[in-house]
Design a protein around this ligand. Structure first.
Ligand code: SAM
Length: 438
């Protein structure tokens, strides 16, 4: 099967079910014999069509008399063709038209092949004017031009203004960089870089104010991670630099007892263990038993031995209380990396923008507050509580912290910081450091 055909199938399955498109791609690649270059094209087509869906649909609507959407699968084909013509440089436009028409004929759209051909060829004749119109659209109707839900764009514009919002929209539509954190429990940067050169891994140095030199590298090119010996040996963990900030603020020390309340898949847990030099005790909880398995796997791969995994709410009795039911506060530090709307990581979750609803933010707020209230009871007096999200929405960040503080006078906010794609060049993140005083 060819990459375009697989891309069309994935887009069809995406419409049918709740499975994430990243998983659909993984499944499709596991079942097909695509060459690496064809996999790359297939992924680029699927992600590109989803990212640019609103702009692609605008193009299609201009050329159809009713302006209405076609049958979903036909709409997908037109999106695929137009995406190749206007967003991909390396595919000759005529080849894109030909391949899309052939795809229509091979699929259920033999009768509509002429219609597909007419729309795409029409756009080939007006390519320059269309590029200009698309550029203009980014200024006049940014939600269409940058292809995001209108409500999200207007929310961000109110908060940051038009210019920064446009930068954020552009960031969300740019394929994300891959970063590796060196696992100092097993190696150091010098040794790892030597091994990467042998494994043909191309990398770059990464500097930010919240972590030391030679801890994080950007991976520019590499063979599939699962086949890379340095990955299998657990010499590094893939995570965005923004995720390290919460752990830095937690400042875990060797020998301490730490609670990571929302731990899966374990990016922060394993970094905490690294800073503790694997000495002490980390209790890693998560509501999802399936995802806790990932924590276990990551700990095993990285050689982390000081972590105990537990389903959420099930903390060991010595940590949660006495027979009389009063809670004993035993954790030196608690991290809540809360479930959130994920609006800071939209460049990595391509489908998210089309799934997220404004009401979701309110629902998440309630969970976030619950987690903070629970943490408050099991943190030692004098202990540090870190609240973090990868959301850009104040309702899930500073406002949650404010509400928590208004109910808990014995907690003080020591520091709060927001990392923003358009200023910090990393995924969005929010981190608040609180201290308990009695
Ligand atoms: N800290 C993780 C890391 O660095 O790899 C990422 C955590 S992710 C942002 C949020 C996690 O919270 C998800 O794994 C989700 O299953 C979990 N979660 C959601 N609701 C929860 C709850 N009520 N209690 C505990 N965990 C919860």
């Amino acid at each position: 099967q060819k990459p375009r055909e697989i891309a069309a199938q994935i887009l069809r399955r995406r419409r049918q079910g709740a499975v994430f498109v990243e998983e659909l791609l993984e499944q499709a690649f596991a079942q097909s014999q695509l060459l690496p270059a064809d996999r790359g094209l297939c992924q680029e087509l699927v992600y590109g069509v989803i990212r640019w869906q609103a702009a692609l649909d605008w193009l299609i609507a201009r050329k159809t008399t009713s302006g209405r959407e076609q049958k979903p699968a036909l709409q997908d084909l037109l999106r695929l063709g137009l995406y190749q013509i206007f967003w991909l440089d390396r595919i000759p436009a005529h080849a894109a038209v030909h391949e899309t028409v052939e795809l229509a004929k091979r699929g259920d759209f033999r009768a509509q092949a002429g219609f597909v051909n007419a729309i795409l060829r029409g756009y080939l004749r007006e390519a320059d004017a269309t590029q200009q119109a698309l550029a203009e659209l980014k200024k006049t109707h940014p939600h269409i031009g940058w292809s995001h839900p209108a409500w999200l764009v207007s929310r961000w514009q109110k908060h940051w203004g038009a210019e920064k919002t446009a930068q954020l929209l552009e960031w969300n539509n740019t394929p994300p960089m891959t970063f590796a954190r060196v696992n100092t429990l097993k190696t150091d940067a010098e040794k790892l870089l030597v091994q990467w050169r042998d494994e043909n891994v191309e990398y770059d140095f990464v500097h930010r104010d919240w972590f030391e030199e030679n801890l994080v590298f950007e991976l520019k090119s590499h063979s599939p991670l699962a086949r890379l010996p340095s990955f299998q040996q657990g010499l590094f963990y893939i995570q965005d630099p923004s995720t390290l900030f919460a752990v830095r603020e937690l400042n875990p020390q060797p020998g301490e007892t730490i609670l990571d309340m929302c731990a899966a898949p374990g990016g922060k847990t394993t970094f905490i263990a690294q800073l503790m030099r694997n000495e002490g005790r980390i209790v890693a909880c998560d509501v999802s038993a399936g995802r806790l398995k990932l924590v276990e796997e990551n700990c095993a791969r990285l050689g982390v031995t000081c972590v105990e995994q537990r389903a959420a709410g099930i903390l060991p009795p010595e940590q949660t209380g006495t027979a009389s039911g009063t809670l004993a506060a035993r954790f030196d530090r608690v991290l809540i990396d809360a479930p959130c709307s994920n609006t800071g990581v939209m460049c990595r979750r391509v489908d998210l923008r089309w799934r997220i609803q404004p009401t979701e933010i309110e629902r998440l707020r309630a969970t976030q507050l619950c987690l903070l209230r629970r943490a408050a009871t099991i943190l030692k007096s004098g202990g540090t509580l870190i609240y973090s999200t990868c959301s850009l929405e104040p309702e899930e960040n500073s406002e949650v912290v404010k509400q928590f503080l208004s109910e808990h006078a014995h907690f003080k906010l020591e520091h709060e910081r927001e990392l923003l794609p358009f200023t910090d060049n990393v995924d969005g993140a929010f981190v608040a450091r609180l201290r308990k005083f009695s």
